[in-house]
Design a protein around this ligand. Structure first.
Ligand code: AMP
Length: 418
């Protein structure tokens, strides 16, 4: 038997309804706040991710699915959405019409990480990106939106952890202090971090290895190195979150696994997930549009991990599986063409049909209707047809009534919508 690839998964009926509900809720929330949906390719040129996410990150160094296409051009299955949205914003000159653009998107991402609970090689994200606004209030609004979405999905313990990574100016001084600090703990650093501590020391703060995590406990914090503008920006984000009554935690070592972040960075964590406790992450990336060849426009955004959200949403406790409204138990040869015709017409009327043409006994058909939790059963036998009426059974009250065959769909509709 051919099995699926390690780290990939099927989302089956029974589970998929939870995903659909999350997606529906996210769409309506984002659209209410003026975000437009954007759908972008899953494959992009490798260079796009290498240049935006950063050559020294785990994603680019180790985790991308990169292949040469037939012509030898390197292409990559997108490991995240922001780079593609920025590419699209620049390529279609969206800024020329209005620099302020707000997008959301939902779709799969690919990273060749070590598979474990909450960590997959194909996973799904809900992304929101805002271009053209440098005000800290929009950062706070994005955090507010993520928290709001979680509460709408009955995830009540989601808590933002926030930090500021400053601008390239503040980072210069910080990098120097961090490098000096890291040179005092080299024996605790993993091989990758030893190399990174010289080239891109910020990446060490983001390493998942336990000895590196321990090594950086007393590392200097970038919020102590912010320039007056970046400091003011961070203060305003905190003020706005307090105003929205969103509790938050300041996490001075939160740097996120991508190089493009500036100023506000955040992660939303929950206690419900075990080790993989981050259900969303994001922040500001003011230099990225320019770095990828566009105008100097600020930008900010976040990504929610849909797989993890689906695992913890309160919707999980609700029975969301679609059930038939009407189960047509067709008994006998003559009843089949009618059952077929009625089931098509029920479907067109928005009454979800299930048609049983198995020729099994009425008893076994009723058992199946029960198992599928059908609301009504229509019993159509050759005898009933001769009499010109069929039986409609309400599966909750067990009450049965006779319905004339003439304009049956209309009559059933009136009966079950009473
Ligand atoms: P990132 O794009 O790394 O900022 O991640 C944003 C969110 O996507 C995280 O908080 C997770 O919820 C989710 N996520 C990232 N990587 C994975 C993965 N390999 N499997 C499942 N979810 C993931």
């Amino acid at each position: 038997m051919i099995q699926l690839i390690r780290g990939f998964k099927d989302i089956l009926p029974g589970e998929v309804e939870i995903w659909q509900n999350i997606e529906k809720t996210a769409r309506s929330l984002f659209e209410d706040f003026g975000f437009k949906e954007i759908r972008l390719p899953i494959l992009e040129r490798t260079e796009l991710f290498a240049r935006s996410i950063g050559e020294d990150t785990d994603i680019v160094e180790k985790e991308m699915y990169t292949f040469p296409d037939k012509k030898g051009d390197l292409i990559t299955l997108r490991p995240e959405a922001t780079a593609s949205v920025v590419r699209s914003y620049i390529q279609h000159k969206m800024y020329a019409k209005d620099p302020v653009q707000k997008f959301y998107s939902i779709g799969p991402m690919f990273r060749r990480e070590r598979p474990q609970k909450g960590r997959y090689r194909q996973f799904y994200q809900i992304n929101a990106e805002v271009f053209g606004i440098d005000s800290p209030f929009i950062d706070a609004q994005l955090i507010f939106l993520a928290v709001k979405l979680f509460s709408m999905l009955e995830v009540t313990d989601a808590k933002p952890h926030i930090n500021s990574l400053g601008c390239p100016k503040c980072r210069l001084n910080f990098k120097e202090s961090l490098s000096i600090f890291l040179s005092s703990v080299t024996e605790k650093l993993c091989r990758d971090c030893l190399r990174r501590s010289k080239k891109n020391p910020l990446r060490v703060l983001d390493c998942k290895s336990s000895s590196c995590r321990e090594a950086i406990i007393d590392a200097p914090a970038i919020i102590d190195y912010l320039c007056p503008e970046c400091s003011q920006h961070f203060e305003t984000v905190k003020y706005a979150l307090e105003k929205f009554k969103i509790p938050f935690v300041i996490d001075k070592h939160l740097v996120r696994g991508l190089d493009y972040y500036t100023r506000t960075t955040f992660e939303i964590q929950t206690g419900l997930l075990g080790a993989q406790n981050a259900v969303a992450g994001g922040g500001r990336y003011d230099g990225l549009v320019k770095a990828l060849g566009g105008p100097d426009q600020p930008a900010t955004g976040f990504a929610i991990g849909l797989d993890r959200l689906a695992e913890i949403t309160g919707l999980r406790n609700k029975d969301l599986l679609q059930k038939p409204d009407i189960y047509i138990a067709a008994l006998g040869e003559k009843s089949r063409p009618l059952a077929f015709e009625w089931s098509c017409n029920f479907g067109l009327e928005g009454i979800r049909p299930e048609m049983d043409l198995s020729n099994r006994s009425l008893k076994s058909q009723m058992k199946r209707a029960d198992r599928l939790k059908a609301s009504y059963v229509l019993i159509v036998g050759d005898n009933e047809l001769e009499e010109g009426s069929v039986i409609l059974r309400n599966m909750t009250t067990k009450k049965q009534i006779s319905i004339p065959i003439e304009s049956l769909v209309e009559k059933v509709k009136a009966e079950i919508r009473l």
